[in-house]
Design a binder for this molecule. Structure first.
Ligand code: ADP
Ligand code: ZN
Ligand code: ZN
Length: 690
């Protein structure tokens, strides 16, 4: 036998699969199999790819084909469903197949050498299947589900086959319990029939995995649970990935990248906080993990659960028109826990030179006196977003970006958040020599400083990207809050998500208004979700004013929002905890403005040293093909036009039909690739930041 021709997907920008020859070393060597990893020569390197077809013919001169170096036979081939998922993603997001498949595999599988792979397999083989019934005695018992939760679990698990469930539950309504019970029911059902089952749980933030991981492990001590996220050490990530791929891990808990993990016995997918922007990958394959999760569930004919207190407008729309089934949890689950009372502080009336208005200060003081925790939310890190000279008007622009350098006082630096340029704080104005440079505006560091002046005795903790740069420091900080070692927690959106703070009775929101006037049409939706989320941190447990004789009076938690626009509909909806009202108003607006979800979009971006060539490239792309039924808007500079010395422009493509847009994009992107322009460009389907 003379060997076979196999096609291989490689991590290359060329949109093709590559032909290689495979020669068996021994006569009885088994043939390669689709889904196997293979090491092949590519240019002057040796790289790993995925076998996508095995045959006997090639469109190329067979004599010139190069030989496969080695097949990774120690690893089971990637299953057909995984191959199909990657093909769909490549197709839909207009990327070469290899650029989808390879980057989503852990590094250890893509190495030239098999040392890491062999070591991982050896280690995994040694791990005894988790001892059944291990320490079952000291596990916290699962709470009895309330009727709403039970109905949700029943709906999710009763149905056979594909169903998209939108679990719409207010913050603290016990969505996690629904996930855990549904997972348990599905796994038990499959096992009862002698089949194995896997459940995939997606979470938006790495910071939230430890909490959920604890609950999952506690609830399923007899099952293998693995996590998948970008902060795992290489070896660990490889082992976890293989455990999922081999079907050994019954539960995989991970961030967006885990939606592309191979799971041969996948029976249920859960997407927690499905509205969260971090489900969108913003570079390389710009996919939506939520959308891929739904596609994957449909492909496998299994249920998917999208959970949120503030669903994305897209998902809400699907639920309204019946494509998704809505399951509502309308009340907080824990005994006596109530939704917090929301109040607006009118900043036209209440001046606050240091960012904190008198009513907010009073509320903070009351919590300190009662030994309760407060949380202040300000979505802007650093000390001040910009430095400024009163004398000549100098302002701290980044010399490489269309952006300000942010003042970081503790670090004594000016930092650009876009290109990471760092400078020492100038002693005097670079243009006029004035020594009295002023910070303008306010970030978390500045509010922290002010809090220390106002409440010198209080234990204030700031949590933001700057305070948590070291690995593990975010977890340590949250642990301190949970242990009650913090009186006032101050932070960016990092503190808004997921955490269940036990003694938190006050949430203060500083400066949310800017998002109301953003040119990004999604800014309102994001702000509302963030505010609901951060408000939801409060009052998750009833704090009782004890000692007052017989009945303890319950004190309701409070959320105070400082705004100049207390009449704005977004805040009115927030006051009423009225997500459905907000969502309906947003959908009405989107419909009349012809925006998603009533319109489908793709964004072509181009980058160059000068703006004009980038704009010219886009203009040429626009004229490349007839585009009946498709709207291609004018090329424009991006809002932050220059980043790290590179000028960026973009062009929005729109169509009311997803299928029609897709039909246009495919040949268009192929034609763009054909041009072999030296300019960097990228296409994003369903862009979120425009
Ligand atoms: P969500 O994710 O919906 O915001 P969680 O899942 O964090 O809410 O649950 C909020 C709190 O309610 C948690 O402390 C949880 O342990 C508790 N809880 C959930 N379900 C029940 C139940 N059926 N009975 C009592 N407490 C519950
Ligand atoms: Zn000056
Ligand atoms: Zn910069």
């Amino acid at each position: 036998m003379s060997g076979r021709i196999i096609k291989i997907a490689l991590d290359s920008p060329l949109d093709m699969e590559f032909d290689y020859r495979w020669q068996p070393a021994a006569a009885d060597d088994p043939d390669p199999v689709v889904g196997q990893l293979a090491l092949v020569p590519f240019g002057r390197r040796e790289v790993v790819g995925v076998v996508t077809a095995v045959g006997d013919a090639s469109d190329y001169d067979a004599a010139k084909l190069r030989d496969v170096i080695a097949l990774r036979t120690q690893l089971a081939p990637l299953p057909p469903a995984w191959m199909a998922l990657c093909r769909f993603a490549a197709d839909y997001y207009q990327r070469p197949l290899g650029e989808v498949m390879l980057p989503c595999l852990p590094k250890g599988l893509r190495n030239e050498s098999t040392v890491a792979l062999d070591r991982a397999l050896k280690k995994l083989a040694k791990v005894a299947p988790t001892a059944a019934g291990q320490a079952a005695a000291d596990l916290p018992a699962a709470p009895t589900l309330n009727p709403g939760q039970q109905a949700a679990v029943d709906a999710i698990t009763a149905a056979e086959g594909f169903a998209a469930n939108l679990l719409f539950g207010v913050t603290g309504s016990g969505k996690t319990e629904v996930y855990l019970h549904a997972a348990e029911a599905v796994i038990d059902r499959e096992r009862a029939q002698g089949r194995s089952a896997q459940v995939l749980i997606l979470v938006p933030e790495i910071n939230l995995t430890p909490q959920l991981e604890g609950s999952v492990r506690g609830r399923f001590p007899h099952l293998q649970v693995v996590t998948l996220h970008s902060q795992l050490a290489e070896g660990e990530r490889l082992r976890h990935w293989i455990a999922a791929h081999q079907g050994d891990a019954a539960i995989v808990l991970g961030t967006r990248l885990s939606v592309l993990a191979a799971m041969p016995a996948l029976k249920l997918i859960i997407v927690d906080e499905e509205h969260d922007p971090s489900y969108k990958q913003q570079e390389g394959l710009r996919y939506s993990a939520r959308d891929l999760a739904v596609w994957r569930a449909r492909q496998l004919d299994i249920p998917v659960v999208l959970g949120s207190a503030t669903p994305s407008i897209e998902s809400w729309q699907h639920a309204s028109n019946g494509r998704y089934r809505r399951l509502d949890l309308t009340q907080r689950a824990a005994a006596h826990a109530q939704l917090p009372r929301v109040g607006l502080i009118d900043m036209e009336v209440n001046k606050a030179p240091d960012g904190l208005s008198p009513p907010l200060v009073t509320a903070l003081r009351a919590r300190l006196e009662r030994g309760e925790q407060s949380l202040l939310f300000l979505n802007r890190r650093g000390y001040a977003p910009v430095m400024h000279c009163d004398a000549c008007g100098w302002i701290s622009n980044c010399r490489r970006c269309t952006a300000f350098m942010v003042l970081h006082k503790p670090e004594r630096r000016l930092r650009c958040h876009h290109c990471s340029l760092e400078l020492r704080i100038p002693q005097s104005c670079p243009t006029c020599g004035n020594v009295d440079l002023q910070p303008l505006g306010r970030g978390t560091q500045r509010v922290e400083e002010h809090l220390q002046v106002l409440f010198p005795e209080a234990r204030v903790l700031r949590i933001d990207a700057d305070s948590t740069r070291r690995k593990g420091s975010a977890q340590a900080a949250f642990d301190a809050v949970h242990r009650g070692e913090v009186d006032i927690l101050l932070g960016t959106q990092m503190v808004a998500k997921g955490h269940d703070f036990q003694r938190l009775t006050l949430v203060g929101v500083i400066n949310p208004d800017t998002a109301l006037f953003s040119q990004d049409y999604r800014a309102g939706e994001r702000l509302f979700a963030q505010l609901m989320q951060v408000a939801g941190r409060a009052g998750r447990v009833a704090i009782t004013a004890g000692g007052e004789g017989g009945e303890a009076a319950e004190r309701r938690a409070e959320v105070l929002v400082q705004t100049r626009y207390p009449q704005h509909p977004l805040y009115r909806a927030l006051l009423a905890h009225d997500y459905p009202g907000f969502a309906q108003a947003t959908l009405d607006e989107r419909l009349s403005a012809n925006l998603p979800p009533f319109m489908f979009q793709a964004l072509l971006r181009a980058e160059a040293r000068q703006l004009q060539p980038a704009l010219d490239f886009l203009q040429a792309a626009r004229d490349l093909m007839p585009c009946e039924g498709i709207t291609i808007n004018d090329p424009v500079p991006m809002t932050i036009t220059r980043v790290a010395g590179v000028e960026r422009a973009q062009m929005l493509v729109e169509c009311a039909s997803r299928a029609q847009l897709q039909a246009f994009l495919k040949p268009w992107v192929a034609a763009l690739r054909e041009q072999k322009s030296r300019l960097r460009w990228s296409l994003e389907v369903d862009p979120v930041d425009i």
